[in-house]
Design a protein around this ligand. Structure first.
Ligand SMILES: Nc1ncnc2c1ncn2[C@@H]1O[C@H](COP(=O)(O)OP(=O)(O)OP(=O)(O)O)[C@@H](O)[C@H]1O
Ligand SMILES: [Mg+2]
Length: 350
């Protein structure tokens, strides 16, 4: 199925509900065919942003939304040509799979034969052909999710809006559908805004991720930017796990409880200070001989996670450090360990 896609521009879009501002004025540009993920904790304004793009909410005065060159700010949802999937799917329980997928075509009075062909195509695409005539309540969660997606795509939208479409599913199914969704979105090439609070989903699906908190954009960037170059603590703590090394900076080194870590030149040019802190990800430290390692500590606890083991190391820094090691490492509680951190993996945060 070939879909047209348009870029979306939000300019100074704020939202106030009954005197409470839940979204600060936000500017956002989504490229044609891009998948943009809105990621952030509950209540940060993801759904509100999505609903403004859909035409289900109007931005406060002064906000503008455009699809390509067309200003759609005042256009209601049915005139925006958007396909939307809600967290709850909102399928029609009294209609069959076919009836649900074709619903939008029926109310648009598309010729029956053309509509039937379109629905058949979507049934095949979503691997639902065998279930076409079943009522919705006989489908599994994953199948319902695919019906909701097919229904959104049936009207050939120019923008696809997805609000936590996988959240209702159990973990294993969610993983499978996430990678199916990834393939599908690349194939369709449709401009997509995808809302989630799940960072793994955001990483896999987003061309770019917008990290939001409390009605504001904290950072916009590629998944790698967000993970390796978080703009601030809020982003670093929300996306992945991060360790803090607090200590004193002197002569290009950060001295902390269990030793000293050389700072990369970009971080060490600032003036020396009594108090300083840097950050790193659990997978960027490695175990080393305590005699020559940068930091020394001891194993406080271990969590075997299958493909890796997460160690909690005490004594190396003021806070316990979480370190991921691959392979068949078994370390008893209390074992003294040495730790070193790849220099280019150190992150400075404001
Ligand atoms: N119709 C409404 N009237 C009043 N307040 C609202 C309305 N819709 C949303 N809000 C408030 O706006 C804020 C943002 O809500 P929103 O639904 O956009 O959050 P979210 O990021 O989608 O959260 P979640 O992950 O829980 O779905 C919340 O504080 C919410 O209570
Ligand atoms: Mg929401």
């Amino acid at each position: 199925m070939k879909l047209a896609s348009v870029p979306i521009t939000l300019a100074q879009c704020a939202k106030t509900f009954r005197g409470t501002r839940v979204l600060e004025p936000l500017d956002l540009r989504i490229g044609a065919g891009e998948t943009l993920v809105l990621l952030g904790p509950s209540g940060c304004g993801k759904t509100t942003t999505l609903r403004m793009i859909a035409g289900l909410e109007t931005p406060d005065a002064g906000g503008r939304i455009a699809f390509g060159d067309e200003d759609v700010t005042a256009l209601p949802i049915e005139k925006r040509q958007v396909g939307m999937v809600f967290q709850s799917y909102a399928l029609f329980p009294n209609l069959t799979v076919r009836g649900n997928i074709g619903y939008g075509l029926k109310i648009r009075r598309m010729a029956a034969e053309t509509a039937r062909q379109r629905v058949d195509e979507l049934l095949a695409m979503m691997r639902l052909t065998a279930h076409a005539d079943k009522p919705i309540d006989q489908l599994s969660g994953g199948q319902r999710q695919r019906v909701a997606l097919a229904r959104a795509l049936a009207v050939q939208p120019r923008v696809l809006l997805l609000d936590e479409p996988l959240t209702a599913l159990d973990a294993r199914l969610r993983d499978t559908l996430r990678s199916e969704m990834n393939t599908l979105l690349r194939e369709l090439g449709i401009t997509t805004v995808y809302v989630t609070h799940d960072q793994a989903e955001a990483m896999e699906l987003g061309d770019r991720i917008v990290v939001m908190s409390a009605g504001r954009i904290e950072q916009i960037g590629s998944p790698r930017d967000i993970y390796y170059r978080p703009a601030n603590r809020t982003v670093a703590q929300f996306v992945g796990t991060i360790n803090r090394l607090a200590g004193e900076r002197r002569d290009g080194m950060l001295t902390t409880t269990g030793g000293a870590v050389p700072l990369p030149s970009v971080l060490s040019t600032a003036q020396d200070s009594a108090a300083h802190e840097i950050f790193f990800r659990p997978e960027d430290a490695y175990l080393a001989d305590p005699a020559s390692a940068q930091l020394r500590g001891h194993v406080e606890s271990t969590a075997f996670l299958g493909e890796r083991t997460r160690l909690t190391i005490g004594g190396a820094a003021p806070d316990a450090l979480l370190i991921d090691v691959a392979g068949r490492v078994e370390l008893a509680r209390g074992t003294p360990v040495g730790l070193s951190i790849a220099q280019d993996a150190l992150i400075a945060l404001s």
